[in-house]
Design a protein around this ligand. Structure first.
Ligand SMILES: NC(=O)C1=CN([C@@H]2O[C@H](COP(=O)(O)OP(=O)(O)OC[C@H]3O[C@@H](n4cnc5c(N)ncnc54)[C@H](OP(=O)(O)O)[C@@H]3O)[C@@H](O)[C@H]2O)C=CC1
Ligand SMILES: O=C(CO)COP(=O)(O)O
Length: 346
């Protein structure tokens, strides 16, 4: 059994800490607030982030990074992507031996367009870690903490290191696969949040299952287009971290992205929605990043562009739906039909 440091005591950090504790590991859960650590240790609950869920005794919360990281080979980073650079910088002085860094955050940094593993590798000197692993897939913290069956994927440049993280987390309720496609796994997890905002907007406008299915399917098409242009394997998007996470986030009221979208569809103001949520809604920043990326990569992403206009240009969601539905007529599998056309003509 290992000592594992989990950095970030929100819903996902706490749920992953519980999985690790269930596997017999000694888990040190870092929160940047001393009163939060004290409350978790006293009540064995994290009521604000995971209501009513008991936290096992082998999870110890702490606000001191030195104590959390001492004698550990595994550091799990689970803070919102916005906080990732800052937390990495705080972590550096406490890394006395080479660790495996796993992150479970889902986002892309606006302006730099960096994936989370790229942000981590920019901040933490390479000699301080073995490799950077991503853990992603369809996994709402609320259900994981209830031990409902869940499947996720881990990926890293070195698949042997990803396998050690698979060993750490896997159990009868939490099945962990490995994948060699780090780029695809990270991008699928980040980009699905944009489409989940769209699915929420669609539901908030009162549309039904047809619209939702259209968003999921056409959303996947544009995620795969951008992803492959950035070096991902297109097959990854038909897996857990692609379509799997897209389905769970677009159809579940657990999803903060879906819930934020739902309120926007009903006419609420974005700042108010984010304030009321009290938890991270990663899709907002990632929409900005993906919208910028679609331009630099010259990739058509009409749904992302529409959601960008709703979030940042005060577009009326109803008008955006009309614009999407009245775009120039297309063939459905544009890339596939282009290939077939080429084959027929040669
Ligand atoms: N929730 C889920 O089901 C899943 C979430 N994820 C991903 O996990 C990541 C974290 O999400 P989640 O746990 O849900 O987020 P939450 O909003 O539930 O919690 C965020 C946590 O991060 C802390 N935090 C925020 N800023 C900082 C900072 N600068 N330094 C230190 N700690 C900070 C918050 O502290 P404070 O309380 O002080 O604000 C809080 O403990 C996201 O990228 C998300 O997409 C992935 C899969 C599932
Ligand atoms: O990524 C998630 C489930 O896989 C959680 O999604 P939300 O951040 O929208 O709640």
């Amino acid at each position: 059994m290992e000592k594992v440091a989990v950095l970030g005591a929100g819903s996902w950090g706490t749920a992953l800490a519980i999985v690790l504790a269930d596997n017999g590991h000694k888990v040190h859960l870092w929160t940047h607030r001393e009163d939060h650590a004290e409350e978790i240790n006293r009540t064995h609950r994290n009521e604000r982030y995971l209501k009513g869920i008991p936290i096992p005794d082998n999870v110890i919360a702490d606000s001191e990074l030195a104590a959390v990281t001492a004698d550990t080979k595994h550091v799990i980073l689970v803070v919102p992507t916005k906080a990732m650079r800052e937390v990495c910088q705080q972590l550096i002085p406490h890394l006395s031996q080479q660790v495996t860094i796993t992150h479970a955050s889902k986002g892309i940094e606006p302006e730099t367009y960096k994936r989370v593993s790229e942000v981590i590798s920019e901040e933490i000197p390479a000699e301080l870690y073995r490799d950077i692993v991503v853990l992603s897939g369809p996994s709402h913290a609320e259900e994981v903490s209830l031990k409902h069956p869940t499947t996720v994927t881990v990926s890293a440049k070195d698949l042997n290191v990803a396998s050690t993280v698979q060993d750490l987390f896997i159990n009868e309720q939490f099945r962990v696969y490995t994948s060699p496609d780090l780029v695809g796994v990270e991008l699928g997890g980040a980009l699905k949040n944009i489409i989940a905002l769209g699915a929420g907007i669609s539901d908030g406008l009162g549309f039904g299952d047809n619209a939702k299915a259209a968003l999921i399917t056409r959303g996947l098409a544009e995620i795969a287009r951008l992803g492959t242009s950035m070096g991902a394997n297109p097959l990854t998007f038909s897996g857990l971290t692609g379509i799997g996470d897209l389905i769970v986030t677009c159809t579940s009221s657990h999803s903060r992205n879906w819930r934020a979208g739902y309120k926007l569809g009903q006419g609420a103001d974005l700042d108010q929605v984010l304030e009321d949520m009290g938890m991270v809604v990663e899709g907002v920043r990632t929409t900005k990043a993906a919208y910028q990326l679609s331009k630099t990569q010259n990739v058509d992403m009409p749904i992302t562009a529409g959601i960008y206009r709703v979030l940042f240009e005060e577009a009326d969601p109803k008008d955006v739906v009309t614009q999407l539905m009245t775009r120039i007529r297309r063939r459905e599998m544009e890339d596939l039909t282009n290939i077939l056309d080429d084959q027929m003509n040669n």
